[in-house]
Design a protein around this ligand. Structure first.
Ligand code: NAP
Length: 469
């Protein structure tokens, strides 16, 4: 067996593992296994690439592996979970830049003599890679607050963006016909960099996670183009998987957030939730009409509860309250209550955010229920405990047509006999709007940091149980 055969076999095994990995990640109980499959697949792909006959010196590769591993390990260890969208945006930026640089290097090495199909692939690769690089940096800047999260629009924006896109594609076609036209090739690269900025400018910070999914798809398509340019099968398969899954995830998130995918893609066409929120009215609810309770009050209500649904939200992630949430669930279950968790598809700040945190706290998967599976049960539930969730439990999504979240499916916490909401204040959530759930007579607000409040509540629940025994 030749080295080329070994490389192709490794690539085949890697591709199969990526597909198995993606499939396993679709279910909570097999997700960890899916990540392992993908990790092994990536290792095989890297080993296969290192065996490539064209590599004549490992010197720079070794240095790059050390630097890349150091940065990747530090990012994995030190970037908190709540900053995951920003981290993903940065990863995409680096991926896009790498793809663009590989394309430039291929053009410099073989450009003038490469077959037409290869030149076309290189042209698309550098364009999409450059666009992903600056687009992802813009998304990172907006999420991080370095650049304003407000949509930046100007007259003729969509028309000028479409013109730039048409010029870039015409440039690729020109280079395919005249492979030695290096200037045109670099104009295509430059247009990619500029369009990345221009396409993300008109999109509000609220839509950034959907944009990141889209940039993920662009990066995947760019990687697939690289695969065609280099004749590398694993890159073609991996890029296609990345591109396809990015688009599917973007579509799913738009649906769950009740945002039009077309508006997100073409920016400027629609308004971001923040802008709509301003039109919808003030954010903070009047505290005077709310029923603010103490931890003792909450413990007393829970003492007689037979059915409890816990609704985690972004505040649980901020406060890192997942472990104490599990302790509370255990204490209530020990007292005879049936405890379940209701997981909204966009609770938190990234898909699966709540599932990841609760899995980290060893909450059994069987206790987690998706919105569709549990929403009808709130009406027959004694207590709904809301831990740092706001938009995903806001009844305005069902009742107020002018609300920016109108139409978004929300958890029917307002239907429970009693709702106990843990948050620090009456401040609004991500969408920046008032939540009438917090002023309903059947709602008790317990103000304070979720982790601190729940830790004390667990003790209070245990004391109540001892008194009752
Ligand atoms: P949310 O609407 O952002 O509300 C979170 C609440 O947590 C806030 O009202 C805040 O109130 C509270 N909070 C913050 N820190 C806290 C702490 N230490 N202790 C207790 N409470 C704390 O969150 P959500 O209900 O999970 O909804 C998610 C929102 O993000 C949706 O609008 C969704 O569309 C959007 N989004 C989701 C994703 C995704 O993929 N999951 C991506 C992008 C956008 P206080 O400040 O008063 O404490």
């Amino acid at each position: 067996m030749t080295t080329t055969d070994v490389v192709q076999l490794l690539y085949l095994a890697a591709s199969a593992l990526f597909i198995l990995g993606l499939q396993s990640m679709g279910k909570a109980d097999t997700a960890r296994r899916g990540v392992r499959f993908a990790e092994v697949g990536m290792l095989l792909a890297v080993v296969g690439t290192l065996l490539h006959h064209e590599i004549i010196s490992y010197h720079w590769i070794a240095i790059s592996i050390v630097i890349g591993s150091a940065i990747g390990t530090a990012m994995g260890l030190f970037i908190p979970m709540v900053k995951m969208p920003e981290r993903i945006a940065l990863s995409h930026a680096f991926g896009g830049l790498a793809v663009a640089l590989v394309g430039v290097s291929e053009y410099v090495r073989h450009g003038a003599h490469a077959p037409m199909l290869t030149i076309a692939a290189i042209g698309l690769e550098v364009f999409l890679g450059a666009l992903t690089f600056t687009g992802s940096l813009m998304a990172f800047g907006k999420l991080q607050g370095v650049i304003t999260g407000k949509p930046l629009t100007y007259p003729g924006q969509n028309a000028s963006n479409l013109l730039a896109l048409a010029v870039a594609l015409a440039g690729v076609a020109y280079v395919v016909a005249n492979p030695s036209a290096a200037t045109v090739f670099y104009v295509v690269l430059g247009l990619g960099f500029v369009l990345g900025v221009l396409l993300v400018l008109p999109i509000g910070g609220a839509d950034m996670p959907v944009v990141i999914c889209l940039l993920n798809a662009y990066a995947g398509l760019a990687a697939a183009a690289t695969g065609f340019a280099l004749g590398n099968n694993v890159l073609i398969i991996c890029g296609a998987l990345d591109g396809g899954s990015g688009i599917i995830l973007g579509l799913m998130m738009s649906k769950a957030m009740n945002r039009s995918f077309r508006n997100v893609v073409f920016g400027a066409v629609g308004s971001a939730p923040a802008a709509a929120a301003a039109a919808a009215g003030p954010g903070a609810a009047p505290t005077s009409s709310a029923n603010v309770g103490s931890l003792e009050d909450a413990a007393a209500v829970l003492a007689s509860a037979r059915s409890v649904i816990i609704v985690p939200g972004y505040g649980m992630a901020v406060s890192q309250a997942q472990h104490v949430v599990r302790d509370l669930a255990n204490a209530l279950a020990a007292g005879g209550a049936e405890v379940r968790y209701a997981i909204h598809p966009v609770a938190g700040r990234m898909p699966g955010h709540m599932n990841v945190l609760l899995a980290e706290a060893n909450v059994p998967y069987e206790q987690l229920f998706d919105l569709d599976a549990i929403n009808d049960d709130f009406g027959s539930t004694d207590v709904a405990i809301v831990v740092g969730a706001n938009d995903v439990v806001n009844p305005a999504a069902k009742t107020q047509p002018n609300s920016p979240i109108f139409g978004m499916p929300v958890l029917a916490v307002d239907q429970a006999r009693t709702a106990i909401c843990f948050k620090r204040s009456f401040n609004p959530g991500f969408a920046g709007i008032e939540n009438e759930l917090f002023t309903k007579p059947s709602t008790m607000m317990v103000l304070g940091d979720a982790k601190k409040s729940l830790a004390e509540l667990v003790q209070a629940v245990k004391s109540e149980a001892k008194l009752a025994a």
